[in-house]
Design a protein around this ligand. Sequence first.
Ligand SMILES: [Zn+2]
Length: 60
Amino acid sequence: MEAYCVKCKKKQQMKDPKETTLKNGRKAMKGKCPKCGTTMCRIMGGGAKKKSGAAKKKKK
Ligand SMILES: [Zn+2]
């Protein structure tokens, strides 16, 4: 599992990734950076999509 490390300022392989659920109901993976030990968090996609298909088609 790759995630962006804010300390290293680049992607690192997340160490001990664990699934967690955020307050807004989204799922995320939490782990640690193998280089600096900073807690990394990666929000998983596939949540509720509200933007797609919002445009209404008008027939003339
Ligand atoms: Zn790091």
